[in-house]
Design a protein around this ligand. Structure first.
Ligand SMILES: [Zn+2]
Length: 386
């Protein structure tokens, strides 16, 4: 393969660290009657040896579907983050704010304008420029960072929130790798990106969202006569230390995600096949984008898994991308009286047990897909869609 050019620093020195093969776009749910084949694109992560940015190789340019409802965890984290930013004196009444949001939703603007900040129009400068899971959706990382930095008014602050690569490694979250998500950040890799825009980190906050989310505050070096990490506080130093310990720029560490992917996919397949052989009926729950790569990699079909239930009415009548497995309603799931329901969103276990007591009342059991990994698998951290 020709080495790609880094999306941030343009270097061609680097390594392919995770290769999930050809995968359908994880938001592309075709109609159940659509026989396919579905479009598929290589899904690969490359690690830049020069700046340390982990990134998506291919660019299938598939638009992502905006998400309707925001998960409660995302809303609660936004409130927590805005409180902390305000407590640090960075979100004061009267300041101007510009937001680069995520196509999946989760805007902080109502929270910030509720505190007396004023939202500015497209392209106008602002005292607070906020990026909340938006930057990862830009194919050209250098240009996207430059555009955000350019909007920061003199003396202003740039706030960047990202799902941390350290958390992806710690949780074996290999299916965080998705088409449309071009970069997987560490603070370590963001510092040179910021430096090219004339910015440096000042402070940071960590959150439990998605197993580990970081909000980094950066300022223009010329504003306070500093450069590099000289203006950073101990929170930034702690992050950098913790990332170094985790090995966020070590290709060997990132290659471990491939082992986790293999173990979870083959674990799911082997378990489904064993249940099938034993004559037990298994259905799935949670037609989420994070289930797509797992199901596709496991090679499961409707013979092994005749349906995946989902509460979202918009997904019923569709099928799981890259497979012939239909999405069914929770009502149909209960009527089928399955012996087991494999759950693709493990954090929903208490919720689904309570919502669908008829499954267990009829003798069925819930099984967490993340626990089916073969031995030698990566550990099972919870994750959500960003
Ligand atoms: Zn680079």
């Amino acid at each position: 393969m020709t080495e790609p050019a880094c999306r941030a620093c343009r270097s061609r020195a680097g390594e392919l660290v995770l290769d999930l093969g050809d995968q359908p776009p994880c938001d592309y749910f075709p109609a159940a009657a659509d026989p396919g084949p579905d479009p598929e694109y290589p899904l690969q992560m490359w690690l830049c040896a020069a700046c340390g940015l982990a990134q998506l190789v291919a660019d299938p340019t598939v638009p992502e579907e905006p998400r309707g409802a925001e998960p409660a965890a995302l809303v609660a984290q936004a409130q927590d983050a805005v409180r902390r930013v305000a407590a640090a004196g960075l979100a004061r009444p009267g300041l101007r704010v510009a937001e680069y949001g995520s196509p999946h939703g989760g805007s902080w603007l109502p929270l910030l304008t509720g505190r007396g900040l004023t939202a500015v129009g497209d392209g106008e400068p602002a005292d607070v420029v906020l990026d909340c899971f938006g930057l990862m959706h830009a194919a050209d990382q250098a240009a996207a960072m430059a555009a955000r930095a350019a909007r920061v008014a003199p003396g202003g602050v740039l706030l960047l929130q990202f799902h941390s690569l350290e958390a992806i490694i710690a949780g074996g979250q290999w299916n965080a790798l998705r088409h449309g998500h071009y970069a997987y950040y560490s603070t370590t890799a963001l510092i040179p990106m910021l430096a090219r825009a004339g910015f440096g980190p000042r402070t940071a906050w960590r959150f439990g969202l998605y197993g580990g989310t970081v909000l980094l505050a950066a300022r223009r070096d010329a504003d306070d006569g500093t450069d590099g990490t000289r203006g950073a506080d101990s929170a930034v130093a702690d992050l950098l230390g913790s990332e170094a310990h985790a090995g966020v720029t070590d290709p060997a560490v990132l290659r471990g995600l491939g082992d986790s992917a293999l173990a979870r996919a083959s674990g799911l397949h082997d378990w489904l096949a064993a249940e099938n052989t034993a004559g037990r009926r298994v259905l799935g729950y949670g037609a989420a984008s994070r289930a797509v790569a797992l199901l596709r990699r496991s090679g499961a079909d409707r013979r092994l898994l005749p349906g995946v239930a989902d509460a979202s009415p918009g997904k019923q009548g569709l099928r799981m991308p890259g497979t012939d497995i239909p999405v069914i309603s929770p009502g149909q799931l209960a009527r089928e009286t399955p012996d087991a329901v494999v759950l693709f969103l493990s954090d929903l276990l208490p919720e689904v047990r309570q919502a669908y007591p008829e499954i267990e009342a009829a003798g069925g059991r819930w099984v967490d897909a993340d626990t089916l990994a073969c031995p030698a698998a990566g550990s099972g951290g919870l994750q959500q869609d960003t």
